[in-house]
Design a protein around this ligand. Sequence first.
Ligand code: NOJ
Length: 560
Amino acid sequence: MKKDWWKESIVYQIYPRSFHDSNGDGIGDIKGITEKLDYLKHLGVDVIWLSPVYESPNDDNGYDIADYYAIMDEFGTMDDWEELLEEIHLRGMKLIMDLVVNHSSDEHEWFREARKSKDNAYRDYYIWREGKNGKEPNNWKSSFSGSAWEFDEKTGEYYLHLFSKKQPDLNWENPKLREEIYKMMRWWLDKGIDGFRMDVINFISKVPGLPDGPEKAGERYASGGKLYRNGPRIHEFLQEMNREVLSKYDVMTVGEMPGVNVEEAKRYTDHRRQELQMVFTFEHMNLDSGENGKWDLKPLELSDLKENISKWQTGLHGTGWNSLYWNNHDQPRIVSRFGDDKDFRVESAKMLGTFLHMLQGTPYIYQGEEIGMTNVQFESIEDYQDIEIRNMYREKVVDGNADHHEVMEAIYVKGRDNARTPFQWNDQPAGGFTTGEPWMRLNPNYREINAEKAVDDPNSIYHYYRNLIQLRKKHTIIVYGDYQLILPDHDKIYSYLRTLEHEKLLVITNFSADHVSFDLPKNVEFEAEEILIGNYHVTETKNPVSFTLKPYEARVYKGK
Ligand code: NOJ
């Protein structure tokens, strides 16, 4: 397999608003990040992915960009950003920026112009249609509730917005728009950044004619989803972007792609096709959702996780490349989700980390994951800031007749704000995040769960993650070895084998709070040489043929 630096890297995602505030205004900022770079270096990460820091009215916390060439005032200045980049590079780390080009903000100059008149030079940068029988042009739904179309009085037409109405979709059919985007990408790359994470990049090509989608109530990217995800010209656009921009730099790319399956992902990441290096799939993040989508809660079945992860591990092996993640700014905290944040918080967070970091692919750590930050429960809907949560609550409870408690329950489990409470640095007021009034309430558990405590405690999740990272750097098999699922039918243990030439790695993880016995299947040849890592103290170094796993125990053996 071809070796590449981005296959061997570990990425850390920063959501700037919630990371660290340097000036006491209650909002995380760029200088705040620079102040914490040594913490990240010590953790051992190679690449930092920065969620958007561009000029934005913050309808969707920066994912609605008003100026691609400017830094949001609340976050600082371009000089602050230049300093951040320099300090990252000085420490031998890299920086990738968020590229949000499926849509812009409605406050972007292009859109301000576009809405002025039908013959404005920028009109065709966006997607405009006449209404149908006095209604929206089609039945597509916005991911943030309601129709995906907004009527614009001035010119009497509707514009498309797959997200909030302040996030109009850009029209990639227009070559002029595409050239503007490539120019902007080159501008950032010439400043020395090391790549892009591309927001919902598989949404940029829509089926021509924008036909109605099948009605299917509740689905997250409801009616129309199939008509704008992985659309007819998507590969052409990405190949063009690669040819015009990416191929000229040695950079890392990862495309966020809701609704991508293994077959499509192969096409996106096959290096011979010159598109992207990796994609973020959502399949494993949808396993605890019922058929009505995200808010339809359903417990995770371990068999589903096995089937799904195995499909991706074997499917992309040798052709494309996996990105490995449990968390990001859109997902609830993994320890609360697939672990146990009450009785076995530390054990289960370490187990989940082990499981993910021993797979083939590039691992992503989301801020706070490395100290085992948990989901939060605010009583009042007013304490939630996320537009997705607020719109959904309004649609279901205020305008509809859903039960307040039931909806809050779903928010506690799945809401994006679980990931967005301020980072917990220490046990001081506001958790050391700010000296002012935080823009969003902290999780009250910051007095027990915080970075200062974690760094001081050699048995913490933080130090365990450091070890996981070091192991990946030391053992090539963790990066490049192939993957084989063992014990496929066990309902509590997830175990897999990695192989690279004559070396083997046996990963054993208990996804339950029970004591369970592990028996190495007879047909699996494995002779242990050493135990690489484990979340309980293991004394015996015997071959792991048969033994009892403790709650959420994880062990990794190296052998042949
Ligand atoms: C995906 C981003 O991760 C999410 O936070 C955002 O709301 C949507 N794309 C729209 O940009």
